[in-house]
Design a protein around this ligand. Structure first.
Ligand code: GLY
Length: 368
């Protein structure tokens, strides 16, 4: 059966699960939610699909056994990174403009106030685990490109081809369709030309059975995993293949501490997905955690970050609402989720002592 690679599916992994829903799906754009509270431990992922649920199941095994938030978030992130059907992280992540998969990831351990990250890392399927080693086995925070790959190999990580046949097919279709000013064309473009069809006529006929509708758009798929363990310690990971078709070497927000991820052991944690450029400029995850430090709930703080970003664009005369999603948790066991610029309802998978559920947050600004 053809997989329909919609923009929303790429950006947020928001595929239906048949799980219980704790949110209010009919909330109109602009509605704000009250805080959600649970008992500790708590672990969440921005992935609200079957892989997100499996990630939370494995993270929970660690937390329920008295393990650390740090180990729990790494386990959960690894589950999502190795999924060959997820085009937003690790294996099968969508590549850059040259067809090369370049991964970004970060990790923070609130208990030790430490952080590690990797950027533009190629050929290693679990960049979040490499980021953890940067944090734990060096006195640095960030390694990039070939240096990050050398570092990973020195710890025994194996180089693998991350570009799966499916991801390659999607990239090839982008290359063939993104411009009519170059010499690339889909396999049957000559037939199409003879029959008077336009260049898009063959887009849905991928040889691997993929429905390639929408596949030439840019996608920002990313995963956040955040946890508070039974001791009250907080940790987080953000991991991604980044913006699809990006300029070779482009680094997004995910590996930048304070942008794609921030953890404060006295407060909680926040993570971002979506258009990284805006998240970098606004240091959005740090902003969310600082808002929580001032007493805002995770839900309120995520919504505050959206208002802040939109406000800054409007202050310089730009009526621009980027596509971003924020998730956050705090040490009281509260959590929240909000997005902007996207149709529908943002969601995340939440594992608590009571349940495994999909939580639906708020959408503050609709698509342009
Ligand atoms: N948020 C992922 C990226 O922009 O690369």
């Amino acid at each position: 059966m053809a997989k329909n690679l919609t923009r929303r599916g790429f950006v947020h992994g928001g595929l239906g699960l048949g799980l219980g829903s704790m949110g209010l799906a009919s909330l109109p754009i602009g509605t704000r939610l009250r805080a959600q509270t649970v008992e500790l431990p708590l672990v969440i992922t921005s992935h609200a699909n079957a892989t997100g649920r499996e990630a939370m199941r494995q993270s929970w095994e660690i937390l329920a056994g008295g393990g650390s938030a740090l180990d729990a978030v790494e386990r959960g992130a690894n589950v999502i990174e190795v999924d060959p059907e997820d085009f937003s992280v690790g294996m099968a992540g969508l590549p850059n403009e040259h067809g090369v998969v370049q991964l970004d990831a970060s990790i923070m351990d609130g208990r030790t106030y430490s952080a590690g990250s990797v950027a533009s890392l190629e050929k290693i399927v679990t960049p979040s685990s490499v980021a953890r080693l940067v944090m734990e086995r060096t006195d640095h925070v960030m390694l990039v490109g070939p240096g990050a790959l050398d570092f990973a190999k020195s710890f025994g990580f194996e180089e693998v081809e991350l570009l799966t046949p499916e991801a390659r097919e999607i990239w090839l279709r982008w290359r063939e369709h993104h411009s009519d000013q170059d010499d690339w064309g889909p396999p049957d473009h000559l037939r199409g030309r003879a029959e008077g069809l336009d260049r898009d006529a063959a887009r849905d006929a991928g040889p691997l059975g993929l429905d390639l509708t929408g596949s030439i758009e840019h996608h920002y798929g990313t995963t956040n995993v955040l946890a508070v363990d039974a001791s009250g310690d907080v940790a987080g990971i953000t991991t991604t293949s980044g913006l699809s078709w990006k300029v070779n070497g482009r680094v997004g927000d995910s590996p930048i501490i304070g942008a794609g991820l921030y953890v404060d052991n006295s407060v909680g944690a926040a993570g971002a997905t979506g258009r990284g450029e805006d998240v970098i400029k606004s240091c959005a995850s740090h902003y969310i955690v600082m808002r929580m430090r001032e007493g805002r709930s995770p839900q309120e703080a995520c919504e505050d970050a959206i208002e802040m970003i939109v406000g800054r664009y409007r202050a310089v005369g730009l009526d621009f609402v980027p596509e971003e999603k924020f998730v956050a948790i705090n040490k009281a066991g509260e959590y929240g989720c909000a997005w902007m610029g996207i149709d529908g309802v943002p969601s995340m998978t939440v594992r608590t002592p009571a349940s495994l559920d999909v939580f639906e947050g708020t959408s503050l600004y609709g698509p342009a």
